[in-house]
Design a protein around this ligand. Structure first.
Ligand SMILES: [Zn+2]
Length: 244
């Protein structure tokens, strides 16, 4: 299913797919390709294609989605819809990230070399929680307000994982520990009814990222269409569950 002519644009954008060449990620192939042809864009079975919900957003902050391998086949996951809707996003699958390529793979090589981005990790505020000390992790640097002046200079790093796995990813990756963090507070309740959250504050990767981008780019309106589309995505997933 091709929706609103957005697919050719997304596929033709080499930046969107560059991480696959970079990290030599093998595309996920369906278990029985003959019976269940999959959509080349969202990689789901064609009968469960979510491409109609792709909503391109003209955002400024670069987004790097680090997807835990256990999330790759999670049909309820929202990260791919997020990635396909944000032209300046990359999605990399893994648990441990070494070197710099995963982080710095540029959208415009020249511009990136001359103009390095400030990385910000989207992560809950764990200060005061015993976890950080138990895991022997240093406190992250303070997010300096001056960094937030120009959204086009920012790269938001998002972990697509369960709470437990996101802690593991943080623990295993000192580079992530050394980034200033953005935590979300006082956001409206999650629309994400599909997946049982561990706490009322926990929301989908797509919702959390939109909330962060609204804050960083100081615009709610810009990201509202994607949240509206996400409602449709959630309704589709609930529909599948009801049929089972
Ligand atoms: Zn699709």
């Amino acid at each position: 299913m091709v929706a609103r002519g957005v697919i050719p644009f997304m596929v033709a954008d080499p930046a969107v797919w560059s991480h696959q060449q970079l990290l030599k990620i093998t595309p996920v192939t369906p278990a029985s390709p003959a019976k269940r042809p999959s959509c080349a864009t969202c990689m789901r079975p064609q009968s469960a294609c979510i491409c109609q919900w792709i909503t391109p957003i003209a955002h400024g902050v670069e987004v790097l989605i680090l997807q835990h391998p256990l999330e790759v086949d999670n049909a309820k996951g929202s990260a791919r819809l997020l990635h396909l809707s944000l032209p300046r996003s990359r999605m990399v699958t893994g648990e441990v990230f070494t070197g710099q390529a995963w982080l710095l793979a540029p959208f415009e090589a020249q511009a990136a070399a001359e103009n390095p981005k400030h990385n910000i990790l989207l992560y809950p505020d764990t200060q005061g929680m015993p976890d950080d000390k138990a895991l022997d992790m240093p406190a992250p640097p303070v997010l300096a307000p001056a960094l937030l002046q120009d959204p086009s200079q920012l790269r938001l790093i998002v972990l697509d994982a369960t709470w437990r796995k996101s802690r593991k990813m943080l623990y295993l990756n000192p580079q992530l520990q050394q980034m200033p963090r953005l935590s979300l507070q006082g956001m409206p309740a999650s629309r994400y009814l599909v997946r049982k959250a561990h706490s009322p504050d926990q929301r989908s990767t797509l919702e959390a990222t939109c909330a962060a981008l609204m804050q960083l780019e100081r615009s709610v309106e810009k990201f509202q269409p994607l949240l509206t589309a996400f409602d449709g995505f959630v309704a589709q997933q609930l529909g599948y569950r009801a049929k089972r």
